[in-house]
Design a protein around this ligand. Structure first.
Ligand code: GLV
Ligand code: MN
Ligand code: MN
Length: 441
């Protein structure tokens, strides 16, 4: 580590948050990588892919292992009703608001081993280092593992952190259904979570000093610019909905081409239109809009019938709310145009409409200072991917640290971040926790 062994000068009198002296507290790199690998084995599949869909057995097993590790680390464990896990290290002032640090352990289908897991294991390593080395900080620090950050199962993202931030509504949950027809709302009610008591999962903002999240970049910028750390300024937010085309299911052999009402062909035209519209708004100054159709469901879905129904999952994201809203309107307009031209019906089922968030500037500046002190090349950048920090930013000061993703690949078994970079990011996380937890309020 760049600062290891530098002596404290004590020559300048500074407030704790401006103290640039090395911390002298260093993570255990072997233990960090060991635990990351252990968690990654849960849900491992072909080609080294990892699948731990929210509320699946694999997801639960990974969270059980985390509970075990938190207990081993001597942290005080709390699990809320939805399954968000907290491991708390008290500070010198136990009543002070806590610094929350973490991410998620659930994954996409056939994802990688780093998305989310690096942030949870990094937080665990940072906090157990503090405990083991008897570092007394002013504020308590809590490791957190949020439930259901990924939207792969229900189309609904950042579930646990949204509940914690009070940023959820039962209306939003209405269309959150998985492939097998299981409703997210039903799973929640089986856990005793209903519309009437949603607010009981909210965390009192006064109990929080800040939220910090370490994450892989999931994009190509850091690697391309040969930077080690990304200091995140803002997070792009998605607007998600289902576009459902309804035509006429009919015989594939007897129905003449000109007499068909093929819902899937209409949907195919919309997919192309989404790409065209988003390409027109993909430049940074236009809001870096991206649009994706990630899933299609067709009925009846057999080789010898014309599809009567086609349902597309549409995900539009941008770092600028206006650009995202504008593109979403254009996309819906195109869908209606296509439906009219093809004499099929179209309706839109909303999933969630979120606003891009700014992260805390002061924490950003602090992260830059830490990188400079350590001689680490860093990049100040927005995040194109969604994160739990997006929800936490609504109730507390939130900061994010990125580490490089090989070739920018993520949500894929090819996802890779070098152990060295993970350790560097975790050390930066630890230094940041110490500075933020010792800041005078
Ligand atoms: C989370 O990984 C996302 O979909 O952005
Ligand atoms: Mn992800
Ligand atoms: Mn993630």
């Amino acid at each position: 580590m760049a600062n290891q062994g530098r002596s404290k000068t004590g020559s300048r009198k500074k407030s704790p948050s401006r103290d640039r002296r090395p911390t002298g507290v260093f993570i255990n790199e072997r233990r960090l990588i060991r635990d990351l690998n252990a968690i990654s084995k849960i849900g491992i599949g072909s080609g080294g892919s990892v699948t731990r869909l929210v509320f699946s057995v694999k997801d639960l097993r990974s969270r059980q292992l985390l509970i075990h590790l938190l207990r081993q680390a001597g942290l005080k464990i709390h699990i809320d009703r939805v399954g968000n896990i907290f491991g708390r290290l008290e500070g010198r002032n136990p009543g002070a608001p806590a610094v929350l640090v973490g991410s998620h352990l659930d994954t996409v289908v056939q994802g990688g081993k780093f998305d989310g897991t690096v942030g949870v294991v990094g937080a665990l390593e940072a906090v157990r280092t503090l405990r083991e080395q008897n570092v007394a900080l002013s504020s308590p620090v809590e490791v957190v593992c949020f439930v259901g950050e990924e939207s792969s199962r229900f189309g609904y993202s950042t579930l646990g952190s949204s509940l914690l931030a009070g940023e959820i509504s039962m209306e939003d949950l209405t269309h959150a259904v998985d492939r097998d027809g299981t409703k997210l709302g039903d799973i929640l009610s089986s856990m005793g979570i209903y519309w009437e008591n949603l607010a009981s999962l909210r965390r009192d903002p006064a109990s929080l000093k800040a939220y910090l999240e370490l994450h892989i970049e999931q994009g190509p910028i850091l690697e391309a610019k040969k930077k080690k750390i990304g200091v995140v300024t803002s997070i792009a937010a998605p607007t998600r909905f289902r576009a459902v085309f309804t035509g006429q299911a009919d015989h594939s052999g007897t129905t003449p081409m000109e007499m068909r009402k093929d819902a899937l062909v209409a949907a195919a035209h919309l997919i192309i239109a989404i790409e065209e519209v988003c390409l027109n708004f993909s430049q940074l100054e236009k809001g870096r809009v991206v649009g994706t159709v990630g899933a299609i469901k067709i009925e009846p879905g057999v080789i010898n019938a014309i599809p009567g129904k086609a349902e597309l999952s549409v995900d539009v994201r941008s770092i600028k709310a206006e650009a995202k809203d504008h593109v979403t309107k254009l996309v819906k307009g195109k869908a209606k145009e296509i439906a009219r031209a093809r004499k099929v019906g179209v309706e839109f089922l909303p999933i969630r409409d979120e606003t891009p968030v700014e992260l805390d500037r002061e924490i950003g500046v602090l992260l830059e200072e830490i990188c400079k002190d350590k001689g680490l090349p860093y990049e100040v950048m927005p995040s194109g991917a969604g994160h739990d920090a997006m929800q936490l930013a609504k109730i507390t000061r939130a900061g994010m640290i990125f580490v490089p993703s090989m070739r920018g690949i993520s949500h894929s078994p090819m996802e890779w971040t070098s152990p060295k970079d993970i350790c560097l990011g975790t050390q930066v996380l630890l230094d940041t926790i110490m500075r933020v937890a010792n800041e005078a309020l």
